[in-house]
Design a protein around this ligand. Structure first.
Ligand code: NAP
Length: 465
C-alpha cells in the first residue's frame, strides 16, 4: 500500500440511490490523512435510485430528499457516471484494476416471492413492478393492464399503501406530481371501484407508518371501509399499543375511521382488512377472478394462526406488496433467501465466510429492504468506518488513474452520462412540466411539477446533449 501516500484512494460505488450517495458523502467528509477519489456509478442514466424510481409520485416530501442528494453531488468532489451496468459494461476484475475498493449500493427492486396457487395468473402482479411502471423506470413496458374493477393488494406495509393509493386515486389528482404521461394516460382509463388491502395480522401489527396511513383519508372521492370484526387485539397487541406511540397512533387512526362515518358515496372505495392470510388466487381463462383467504386469529404473541374459516373475494387483479428483494450481482456472493449480499458490517463475504478484500456493501443490498431512507445513513457510516479501518490491507488498483474508467467505457461503446448531463435532463423535465401546465382537471387548472422522461435512449440523448 506504499503508493497510497502519493495518490488518492480510488473508490467505486455501484448505485447512485440514497445509499450510494450517503456512502460517498460520508467517505468524502470522513476524518482521514489521505485523499479519496470517488466514482458513483449507476445503471440508470439519472441519479437518485429509489427516490426517482421507488417513491410514489404523490409523495413530494420524500421526493424532496433529492434536494439534499443534489447538494452532495453538486459539490463536485464525487463523480457521477450513469447508464453503466455493473456485470455487463463493467466486471469486478475491471473495477479491481481501476479502484482500490468497491461499495455495492444497488438496493432492492424486485418483489419478494409468494408461493400460493394462482400466483402466475394474468392479473397477478408484483408491487415492485407496478411501482417501476408508475415511476417511469426505463426498463419496464410503457403500458400497464388496468382493467380490474376490484383489486386486492396483499401486505400491510407502506408499499401496499402506495400501490393502493395510486390505484384508487383519480389520475387527474396525480397530475400535480412528476407522473409520466404514459402513466397518466394508463390510470385515467382505469375502471376501478374497489381496492382491498389485506393484512395477515391484526391492526396493531401493521407495518405502515402513521403519516402514510392518515394520508389515505385525503384521497378525493375515495371512501375508506373498515370491518369491526377485524379489530382483534391480543395481550401482545395491548402491550405494543401501550409501549409504542407509533402503533398507538395508527390503531387510534384506524379505530376512529370505524367510528366516524366514512361512507360519503364516493365513486371509489379503499377497504382495509386484517387477519386475512392469502391461500389461493382463483382464475378463469387464465386470468385472476378471485382470491381466497384463511381467516386468522391472534395467538397472544402478536402472531397469528389459521381459524379454518375461508373467505373468497371476487377481484380481477392481485398486487402482492409483501416486501422487496435485492438482486444477485455478478461475481459477488448472494443470499437468495434474504436477497442480500452476505456481509459483516458491510464487509462482503465469500462462500467460506471470509471477507473479500476491498469489496463492501451498504443500504438495502446489505441489510434487506427494511427501514426508511434516512436509516441508510447508519449503514453507510458502518460500512465506511470498516473500509477506512481496512485501508492498509486494501488491494491496490494497478490502473488508478481517473481517466481509466472513461477510456474503458468509451472503448466499450458505453454511452455513459455525467452530473452535467443529469442537470440538462433535470432542466428538460422541469421545462416539460411548465410547458404542459396548467393541466385541466375537475379541480381547475394545475401546474405539473415536471414530466419525467421515461425512455432510456431519450434520457441518454438529452443528457449527452
Ligand atoms: P414491509 O414494511 O416489510 O411490509 C411487508 C408486509 O407484507 C407486512 O405487512 C408483512 O406482514 C406482509 N407479508 C409478508 N409476507 C407475506 C405473506 N406471505 N402473505 C401476506 N402478507 C405478507 O415492506 P414494504 O411495504 O415493501 O416496505 C419496505 C420498506 O420501505 C419499509 O421500511 C417501508 O416503511 C419503506 N417504505 C416507506 C414508504 C413511505 O412512504 N414512507 C413507502 C414505501 C416503502 P407481516 O408483518 O405479518 O410479516
Amino acid at each position: 500500500m506504499s503508493d497510497s501516500a502519493v495518490r488518492p484512494l480510488r473508490v467505486a460505488i455501484i448505485g447512485a440511490g440514497p445509499a450510494g450517495v450517503y456512502a460517498a458523502d460520508i467517505l468524502t467528509k470522513a476524518e482521514r490523512e489521505f485523499e479519496v477519489s470517488i466514482d458513483l456509478l449507476d445503471a440508470y442514466p439519472a441519479p437518485y435510485g429509489l427516490i426517482r424510481y421507488g417513491v410514489a409520485p404523490d409523495h413530494p416530501r420524500i421526493k424532496g430528499i433529492v434536494n439534499a442528494l443534489h447538494k452532495v453531488l453538486d459539490r463536485g468532489d464525487i463523480r457521477f457516471l450513469g447508464n453503466v451496468t455493473y456485470g455487463r459494461d463493467l466486471k469486478l476484475s475491471d473495477i479491481r484494476e481501476m479502484y482500490d475498493a468497491v461499495i455495492f449500493a444497488t438496493g432492492a427492486i424486485k418483489d419478494a416471492r409468494m408461493e400460493i396457487p394462482g400466483i402466475e395468473l394474468e392479473g397477478s402482479f408484483g408491487a415492485a413492478d407496478f411501482v417501476s411502471w408508475y415511476d417511469g423506470q426505463p426498463d419496464v413496458p410503457r403500458t400497464w393492464p388496468l382493467q380490474a374493477k376490484e383489486i386486492a393488494v396483499l401486505g400491510n406495509g407502506n408499499v401496499a399503501l402506495d400501490v393502493a393509493r395510486v390505484l384508487s386515486k383519480h389520475a387527474e389528482d396525480l397530475l400535480v406530481t412528476e407522473i409520466p404521461d404514459n402513466v397518466f394516460e394508463g390510470l385515467k382509463d382505469s375502471p376501478v371501484t374497489d381496492v382491498h388491502i389485506f393484512g395477515r395480522r391484526g391492526p396493531a401489527q401493521v407495518k405502515f407508518t402513521p403519516l402514510e396511513l392518515r394520508e389515505l383519508s385525503q384521497c378525493r372521492d375515495v371512501d375508506i371501509v373498515l370491518y369491526p370484526e377485524d379489530f382483534e387485539f391480543d395481550e401482545a397487541s395491548d402491550a405494543l399499543i401501550k409501549s409504542n406511540n407509533q402503533v398507538k397512533t395508527m390503531v387510534n387512526t384506524l379505530t376512529n375511521w370505524i367510528v366516524e362515518e366514512q361512507d360519503t358515496g364516493a365513486s371509489r372505495r379503499l377497504h382495509l382488512h386484517f387477519l386475512h392470510n392469502p391461500v389461493e388466487i382463483s382464475g378463469e381463462d387464465g386470468k385472476v377472478s378471485g382470491i381466497k383467504f384463511e381467516r386468522q386469529e391472534l395467538d397472544g404473541t402478536g402472531n397469528v394462526k389459521g381459524t379454518g374459516e375461508f373467505i373468497d373475494y371476487p377481484v380481477q387483479a392481485v398486487y402482492r406488496a409483501i416486501g422487496y428483494l435485492g438482486s444477485e450481482l455478478a461475481e459477488v456472493e448472494y443470499d437468495a433467501q434474504r436477497g442480500v449480499i452476505p456481509n459483516e458490517g458491510g464487509r462482503v463475504l465469500d462462500a467460506d465466510g471470509s471477507h473479500v478484500a476491498g469489496v463492501y456493501a451498504t443500504g438495502w443490498i446489505k441489510r434487506g429492504p427494511v427501514g426508511l431512507i434516512g436509516h441508510t445513513k447508519g449503514d453507510a457510516l458502518e460500512t465506511i468506518g470498516n473500509l477506512l479501518e481496512d485501508r492498509l490491507s486494501l488491494p491496490m488498483a494497478s490502473n488508478p488513474s481517473e481517466d481509466a474508467i472513461i477510456e474503458l467505457l468509451e472503448a466499450r461503446g458505453v454511452e455513459y452520462t455525467t452530473w452535467d448531463g443529469w442537470k440538462k435532463l433535470d432542466a428538460h423535465e422541469i421545462s416539460l412540466g411548465e410547458g404542459a401546465s396548467p393541466a385541466q382537471t375537475t379541480n381547475g387548472p394545475v401546474d405539473r411539477a415536471r414530466v419525467k422522461v421515461v425512455e432510456r435512449e431519450e434520457m441518454v440523448r438529452i443528457s449527452r446533449g
